[in-house]
Design a protein around this ligand. Structure first.
Ligand code: ADP
Ligand code: MG
Length: 389
């Protein structure tokens, strides 16, 4: 590879330049020399100079002034000043005005000079590399920002789409359901057992579809901040009693026992009643669904902390593996074999629960001993701390 010219010496005394040329003869780069500022500027405009070393005492322009012009025109070139004597004010100027990297006093020690120039070259490369990395990061960042914006736009379109489509689906579905109900009632005429069977199946599927649409609509409304929350102070223990009473017959039919362990010291909590009922309904429904006959579901509340209460729905069911405990709160995440999942689920129940609890300024999570049972906890702040959108 041919050597490139990276180093420029500027000195009005040719013998000095000659001596420098000799001293740097073996270096892996070529050196250029100039006897005055104009000539030096000319070289800088043509060569890929990394380091320029200038004498201070020159007849037309001083070294400091020359280096200052270099700084203005080629800020990345590393500047070094040669001073013939220890003149502190010149050194100060060199540092302040031309932002010189170093100064070297004459007469120089060749080894030292080489070491300094070497450092200056490395410094130039380092700054250039930093700059390159910085530019790269900037470009990446711009790409990312653009992508982010695109994603956001897409998400907005998707949300709008979901909510419109769900709305549009509800109406025809309701009319199918009514038609099935009328047929089942026998008013239009009696049906054979086979016909009834088929119609019953259709009815179940319509219900599933309706649940799915309701859940999607619920979730998309909450995610887009369109769901209205109505916060008022309520007795959470009372709400739990009501939800439990309503599901008691279902639990009994499945051979399960519901137990309540409610902390009487809980003050009224700021919450949206219907939404919290929805959360409790979902959790209790899951607990019943994923617990085999003979199991127990415990609903408990407690106020161990000053500023929040903890509600827990615990069951003695199939449990959730450690690695799935976060995932169950994601949309459409249903665990295990589809055949044993229990019927009618959409995989949206817990996502809805999470949205509701987060909007209350609370937190929801699951704990479980796999195979022994699960506990779903949520905390609610006692004082109003809901999230606004
Ligand atoms: N109490 C529970 N015990 C075991 N697994 C549960 C329990 N609650 C939820 N899960 C798991 O989390 C998944 C997601 O629950 P959810 O969002 O309510 O959807 P769905 O009930 O419609 O399946 C369930 O399909 C089930 O695999
Ligand atoms: Mg569920």
């Amino acid at each position: 590879m041919s050597k490139e010219t990276y180093l420029l010496f500027v000195d009005d005394e040719q013998p000095i330049l000659n001596a420098l040329k000799r001293a740097f003869y073996n270096e892996p780069y070529l050196i250029a020399t100039a006897t005055n500022a104009d000539e030096a500027m000319n070289i800088l405009s043509q060569e890929k100079i990394k380091v320029v070393v200038s004498d201070q005492r020159m007849p037309e322009v001083s070294g400091v002034d020359f280096l200052r012009s270099v700084k203005e025109k080629y800020p990345r070139i590393v500047r070094i000043l040669f001073t013939g004597y220890t003149d502190f004010s010149t050194v100060e100027d060199a540092i302040n005005l031309s932002e010189a990297y170093r100064f070297i006093t004459k007469p120089w020690n060749t080894q030292e000079l080489k070491a300094i120039i070497h450092q200056a070259m490395e410094y130039f490369d380092l700054v250039a590399e930093n700059q390159r990395l910085f530019e790269m990061m900037k470009a990446r960042n711009e790409d990312l920002e653009l992508l982010n914006k695109k994603l956001k736009d897409l998400y907005e379109v998707q949300k709008e789409f979901t909510s419109t489509v769900s709305h549009e689906l509800r109406t025809p579905l309701a009319s199918i359901k009514t038609a099935i109900d009328i047929l089942m009632s026998g008013t239009p005429g009696t049906m054979s057992a086979d016909q009834k069977n088929i119609l019953e199946k259709a009815g179940r599927n319509v219900n599933r579809l309706k649940n799915l649409i309701d859940d999607i609509l619920d979730l998309s409304k909450m995610e887009s901040g369109k769901a209205a929350f109505n916060f008022e102070r309520h007795d959470i223990n009372k709400i739990i009693e009501e939800v439990a009473d309503l599901q008691e017959p279902v639990a009994r039919r499945e051979g399960l026992f519901i137990k309540k362990e409610l902390d009487a010291a809980i003050p009224p909590i700021f919450l949206d009643r219907n939404k919290i009922v929805q959360v409790l309904d979902n959790l209790l429904h899951n607990a019943i669904k994923f617990t085999k006959e003979g199991g127990i579901v415990v609903l408990s509340t407690n106020k161990k902390e000053q500023n929040h209460i903890v509600v827990c729905v615990r069951d003695t069911g199939i449990g959730i593996k450690e690695e799935d405990r976060e995932r169950v709160f994601e949309k459409f995440q249903q665990l295990g074999d589809p055949a044993t999942r229990g019927e009618g689920g959409t995989g949206l129940g817990l996502s809805i629960c999470r949205e509701i609890i987060v909007r209350h300024g609370g937190k929801i999570w699951a704990e479980s001993e796999y195979g022994q049972g699960s506990s779903f906890y949520f905390i609610l702040p006692i004082e109003e701390r809901r999230r606004e959108f």
